[in-house]
Design a protein around this ligand. Structure first.
Ligand code: FES
Length: 411
């Protein structure tokens, strides 16, 4: 198991534009460092806000060692708490999701209000001060219908992302959406391999026959350098969408931790379906036409998303072990869309259920090959895998800064 200084040395020894050293994809010490320095410090996508559709609706997630519950309060606000009772530490909610009027510990029934306040603790004596034993808070923000949480005591700034994401998502009307379907799978691969695979379409032609009906694997499609720099077909798409009130141009974080851009689908396809036509007859929010393409949004380390005219697909990954990653996908549709009337679930979900399973297979085979002593880092294609290079540069840069010697505090 690598120590943090050994992990730092491996990062320092890496060859630019090559895949990483084997241990960086499978060593338990490296995962511990990834958790400490990325997963416990960055904003993470938790759930779409519309999933918590009423007072007391909650969802749980496990981030490394931390169980977290995200819940909608009586005031309508979504909050996140450590899912740990302040009495003797029982996990409060064991289910993935549900609805509850109060958070009641199953062990000795300490009871918390939906804002985390302890409101009942039986036989604790007269000098017991319940105000000191509220649930521990986790930072939580709702950005345009996507709920992000952060475990850090002081979270990183999100002020650059917040206005952009809110305005880009506004036409999709996520507050007026519902979850039509949810899928969670485990991929037997390191979380970085899952992201690497997502950040290139070099593999799409060979792996994704369903997706390639509508999604272009041309690397120029995502090779954008600024709001005015893209291929002519994308520039035309941006102009048409913006004229209809859809923010569309490429915009990104200074270090590319996140990116937003609306791209056209192949041959004016409307949606990710086998027929290329819309899967849902009721469009999302204020989307003006069916062939608005896909608004792409990723945020490292744990989400990528597609927002189409007729539905949205949000993805969340969470590391389970050095070589296991949980991938949760949710299909959102307009809240008034009725299954069997406005959409057929099989038509809606087929392409990405296929694609997720195909991605699972390539990630698992990638991990198996990397576990071989014969593996050595290989070169990324600068034509096809620019997104992977950029993700690995972000990862290595952040980890090197955080694992390296820290500047002394001023006296
Ligand atoms: Fe929760 Fe005892 S551990 S009430």
């Amino acid at each position: 198991m690598l120590s943090q200084s050994e992990t730092l040395a491996r990062l320092g020894a890496r060859r630019a534009d090559f895949s990483l050293d084997r241990d960086l994809y499978c060593d338990p010490g490296v995962l511990a460092a990834d958790l400490d320095h990325i997963w416990y410090r960055e904003w993470l996508f938790a759930v779409p806000a519309c999933e918590l559709d009423k007072t007391g609706a909650y969802a749980t997630l496990q981030i490394g060692a931390y169980p977290v519950v995200v819940i909608r309060g009586a005031d309508g606000r979504i909050r996140a708490f450590h899912n740990v009772c302040r009495h003797r530490g029982q996990r409060l909610c064991s289910k993935a999701s549900g609805t509850t009027p109060k958070l009641v510990c199953p062990y000795h029934q300490w009871t918390y209000d939906l804002d985390g306040k302890l409101i009942f603790a039986r036989d604790m004596g007269e000098d017991f001060d319940a105000a000191k034993f509220g649930l521990k808070k986790v930072h939580c923000v709702d950005l345009g219908g996507m709920v992000f949480i952060c475990l850090a005591e002081v979270p990183p700034a999100i002020s650059d992302l917040a206005p952009k994401l809110t305005s880009y998502l506004a036409p999709s009307g996520l507050a007026e959406a519902k979850v039509a379907f949810s899928s969670t799978i485990i991929e037997n691969g390191n979380w970085k391999l899952v992201i690497e695979n997502n950040r290139e379409c070099y593999h799409c032609g060979g792996s994704h026959p369903s997706l390639c009906r509508t999604y272009s694997d041309n690397p120029r499609m995502t090779a954008m350098e600024g709001p005015d720099s893209a291929s002519p077909d994308i520039l035309d798409h941006w102009k048409r969408c913006e004229a209809a009130g859809l923010p569309s141009r490429f915009t990104n974080h200074a270090r590319m931790q996140w990116r937003l851009a609306r791209i056209p689908l192949l041959n004016n396809a409307e949606s990710y379906t086998m027929s290329t036509k819309a899967a849902v007859s009721k469009r999302m929010g204020a989307m003006p036409f069916n062939d608005a393409g896909s608004l792409l949004f990723f945020h490292y380390p744990n989400t990528w998303n597609h927002f189409l005219a007729d539905h949205a697909i949000v993805f969340r990954i969470l590391p389970i072990s050095p070589t296991e990653t949980q991938v949760t996908t949710k299909w959102l549709v307009h809240k008034d869309a009725v299954e069997g009337v406005d959409y057929d679930l099989e038509t809606l979900t087929r392409v990405w259920l296929n694609t997720n399973d195909e991605d699972r297979q390539v990630v698992e085979e990638n991990q198996k090959g990397i576990l071989s002593p014969a593996y050595e880092p290989g070169p990324y294609s600068k034509i096809q895998e620019e997104g992977v290079i950029q993700f690995i540069d972000w990862y290595c840069g952040v980890m090197t800064e955080r694992l390296g010697p820290q500047p002394a505090l001023a006296a």
